[in-house]
Design a protein around this ligand. Structure first.
Ligand code: KG4
Ligand code: ZN
Length: 343
């Protein structure tokens, strides 16, 4: 028996089939080209695109897994948080399918699913819960930046999150100021490779504050003023590379320092990271060397599980099904502002 998972919280339409902690298929249809001309995700367009993609993506996921709808043991979908219209498409499709198949439906918290993605590894991708240890997790993407204390699987506690822009949003908005295409995070990652990260000095917001919250809008504003005062930088490729490397260094330093400090404060020696920005090579390298220095173990989600995907939704859904903790009503509504419990 297998479980079908759907994810439509933002701009990726994704369907996955999971069985016995293994991800048998994980189909992701990204809407990046649709939204790139607007420089960000347009919620109404995202919802309509999810509607168009839902059936083909689901059919593909079932086909790749060699599973027919009648073989499904349960259906799950992201219930929140996310864009209301986008969430509605995946949730209602999953509930309708569960109703037709007379199978249980499980509504999934998107951030809790991100927490499971660093434990998925190998081929076929398999969740290694046998290796679980209490840890601090950094979830960092275009929509979220948060530190979560995970003492036990299934009981995450939010330590802190961004007060304004998410780290990915900061990458994307800075990229827009520089004239880079959306989403700018991966482009800045590549440009920074040949740049000097100490060429320009940008603020590291809240770096020395005692709490676990983040703030990135001041950094974006600092870059805006820098470009206003030094327009010549944008006419020179080497200087743009230096600018990208310097901004990236500021974001990475804040993310790494605050993650390490949160683990230290909670006397934990294990760190995980996930979300689209966790694909960033400088972040991965700096987090790894900081963990080595501290003697911490680190699990980074594999890049295909960093960005939004239904595989992580299915892995959490299957666990909830096994633990008898997550059966959700077939008429349950979306929860766009669903927050993780705080510490
Ligand atoms: O998790 P994700 O696919 O979607 C959500 O926002 O939930 O993350 C997308 C974000 C975008 O802001 C994108 O610019 C950023 O992740 N991103 C990166 C990299 N790859 C994706 N940021 C920095 N470096 C990267 N390599
Ligand atoms: Zn996400």
């Amino acid at each position: 028996m297998a479980l079908l998972a759907l994810e439509t919280s933002c701009d990726e339409t994704s369907a996955a089939v999971v069985h016995d902690c293994r991800v048998l298929s994980n189909v992701v249809s990204s809407q990046v080209t649709l939204h790139s001309e607007y420089g960000g995700v347009v919620p109404e367009l995202a919802a309509r695109e999810h509607l168009r993609n839902m059936c083909p993506v689901t059919r593909k996921a079932l086909g790749e897994a060699g599973v027919s709808p009648g073989d499904l043991e349960a259906v799950c979908a992201t219930q929140g948080p996310g864009l209301p219209g986008a969430l509605m498409v995946g949730l209602k499709a999953a509930q309708a399918l569960a109703f037709c198949l007379r199978r249980p439906f499980i509504g999934i918290h998107h951030h809790e699913a991100h927490l499971f993605s660093p434990w998925i590894e190998g081929n076929p991708p398999t969740a290694r819960f046998d290796q679980f240890q209490a840890h601090v997790s950094l979830i960092v993407s275009g929509g979220h930046t948060m530190l979560v204390l995970v003492s036990h699987l299934g009981e995450p506690k939010l330590l802190g999150s961004t007060l304004d822009d998410a780290a990915g949003e900061c990458f994307d908005k800075v990229g827009k100021l520089i004239g880079l295409p959306y989403p700018a995070g991966p482009v800045i990652d590549r440009m920074a490779e040949n740049g000097n990260s100490s060429a320009y000095d940008f603020p590291r917001p809240l770096l020395h504050e005692p709490g676990h919250d983040f703030s990135f809008s001041g950094l974006k504003t600092a870059v805006r003023y820098f470009i206003r005062d030094h327009p010549e930088v944008l006419a020179n490729r080497a200087k743009i590379q230096d600018l990208c490397a310097s901004v990236q260094a500021a974001i990475v330093e804040v993310l790494v320092s605050k993650t390490i400090r949160a683990a230290r404060n909670h006397r934990l020696r294990f760190v995980t990271a996930s979300g689209g920005v966790a694909c960033n090579r400088a972040l991965r390298a700096h987090l790894q060397s900081a963990c080595n220095r501290e003697g911490f173990a680190l699990r980074l989600a594999e890049p295909s599980f960093c960005t939004d995907n239904a595989g992580m939704i299915g892995i959490l859904g299957e666990r909830k099904l096994k633990m008898h903790t997550g059966i959700t009503d077939l008429d349950a509504d979306i929860i766009p502002n669903w927050a993780l419990a705080s510490c």
